[in-house]
Structures are given as structure tokens and as C-alpha cells.
Design a protein around this ligand. Sequence first.
Ligand code: FES
Length: 111
Amino acid sequence: MSGFLRTGKRRNAKALLTVLPSGKTVEVARGVNLLEAIAAAGEAVAHRCGGRARCGECHVLVRQGWRGLSKVRQAERDRLTQVCGAESLSRLACQAALGVHNKVIIELINH
Ligand code: FES
């Protein structure tokens, strides 16, 4: 779970996610990870390892709002390096949680 939920002050705040290429947009609670938010938007992304940063199938590209996502942790960084050579826009949807202060746009690449 994300560190976003620890502050409490904005606990009930929402984040806005747009999923490309469809352009579907969904408003979700702060702290929800991209995998959950993508599903809430009615889209699907593969996630064979169940969100443990092991399979790399949930790899997405962040087109806008990078700073509104939780920090990249070592397990995610290691997997991304193996999957795509650490493309600078890459995140694992199962590891990236949404913050509140911006609109995030991601692109599905393994759908
Ligand atoms: S679901 Fe396997 S790495 Fe994200």
C-alpha cells in the first residue's frame, strides 16, 4: 500500500486517471494503485503475479502526472529494468499508487 494514506489530512481525496488508448477516465480514491484504477475504468491489464512486482506484465507508460504517483521502490525498479530496460516513463501498475493533486494519464502497452 502507498505512503499516501499515512498523512490522513487528504484521506478522502480523489485522483483522476485517464487510460490510453481508449481515453477512458475514472475518479478513484487516493492510494488506489494503477492496476485497480485501470480496472475501475473498465480496462484490463495482465497481472500474472498478482501484484507482487514479479511478472512485469502490468507495465504501463505514464504520459502525464508522474509526480502524482507513489515513488518507485527497488523491487519495481529491478523488474522494470529486466522488462524494458528502465524506460523513463515506465511503471508497474501494481506498484504505482495514485496521489491527489493532479490528473494522471497512462498508456496501456500490453493489452
Ligand atoms: S502484476 Fe506482476 S508485476 Fe505487476
